[in-house]
Ligand binder design. Sequence first.
Ligand code: CMC
Length: 431
Amino acid sequence: MANKAFTLTDPESGRTSELPVVEGTLGTPGLDIRKLNGEMDVFTYDPAFTATCSCESRITYIDGANGVLLYRGYPVDQLAEKSSFLEVAYLLLYGELPDQGQLDEFVNAITRHTMLNESLTKFFDGFHYDAHPMAMLTGIVGSLSAFYHDTTDIRDPEHREIFARRMIAKMPTIAAAAYKHSVGQPKMYPSNDLDYTSNFLRMLFAVPAERYEVDPIAAKALDVLFILHADHEQNASTSTVRLAGSTGCNPYAAIASGIAALWGPAHGGANEAVLTMLNQIGDVSQVPKFIEKAKDKNDPFRLMGFGHRVYKNFDPRATIIRGYCHQVLEHMGMENHPLFELAMELERIALEDDYFKERKLYPNVDFYSGIIYQALGIPVNMFTPMFAIARTVGWAAHWCEMQNDPGMRIGRPRQIYTGSPKRDYAPIDKR
Ligand code: CMC
């Protein structure tokens, strides 16, 4: 807490309230308004939380104006270039980069928690073949809460650690199984001799009847994408996990609530929406028409994969992944594929258009991630589960941080009521 404070005065009664300034290590400070309601009988009003800090956190820092993203202080571009997804997972969970022994132990533990309880795998059979994988992910992860009663004492740090590791380890297995169910293929067991992303690609694409060789360029691109998606401070799904977690609910259930929140097209569902949009546009010649539609206030159409609540100049993740996007397209011999030509034309025109420039609407990470996933042959309805696999690390890190905070209380926003004033019930024949 800093000693600076703002004073708020009620112009009618003259009552005042001191609002102390809360400083972090970096970034915009916050006003502590907790006493405001008691002292002034007024709430603050901030729908969509555009100006509200819901917690203190040491995990991730974003400077939206300057396109900065730090995990535990480390710039995400350095991590994307030099680290690996599991090393980044360790960093986000424990706060420091591991030494070799710590990393080996962590990777080994994650690798050995990848299998699912056989009873759990039967749950997939209850889903219709065309269920969206995100629906299966939400249901299956929620049902993990029925499996680990003995290790989910949320007050026990060891139990919290087992939960986090188990969740990170099992998510790729669950996501791949959801896909296999939707195409009617046998589910593949994890293979402990492969690294995290290679193992996922094998579980997704291999069939027991054939040998499967993992493409190292695909595995590397996926590893970088997972690093870039691993955490993003108090985004909608992480805030959902924190809010659910603040009630003391089972941690797997809290993660399931985050998966549900991620699914929406304004959040993690954007990568799938990008491909749906590109298919809807259909041809390069149609790009100007759709740009006009996106600018038309009477048309609900938006350019998916453009714009961000926090990044108003550029999305640093998009800058990194754009390079990989071109590399993957080239590797797959798909640079001249009509869909990708279309995407590149959309990017070019939107970046030159005044509407997008004035509103600072730049391609975000999901514009490029959707294109990479498509080039790697990942089915469109699996795009958002890919995001979920990576973001599980952030959700688990935030849940653990919150449970470790002795001052944690149930999250409970207030509202401005705009409904009817008090009125009396009228019998049905008098209405
Ligand atoms: N296409 C056309 N116009 C847009 C778009 C877009 N994609 N995004 C914002 N605008 C306009 C919007 O109409 C508004 O215009 P005006 O000021 O004239 O009314 C202005 O830009 C500000 O938009 P907003 O809706 O107030 O911005 P927001 O911060 O509430 O929403 C957003 C951010 C990401 C939800 C939004 O930009 C959007 O819907 N983008 C498309 C979906 C998308 O790509 N989402 C993925 C975000 S990155 C992954 C993640 O973190 O989950």
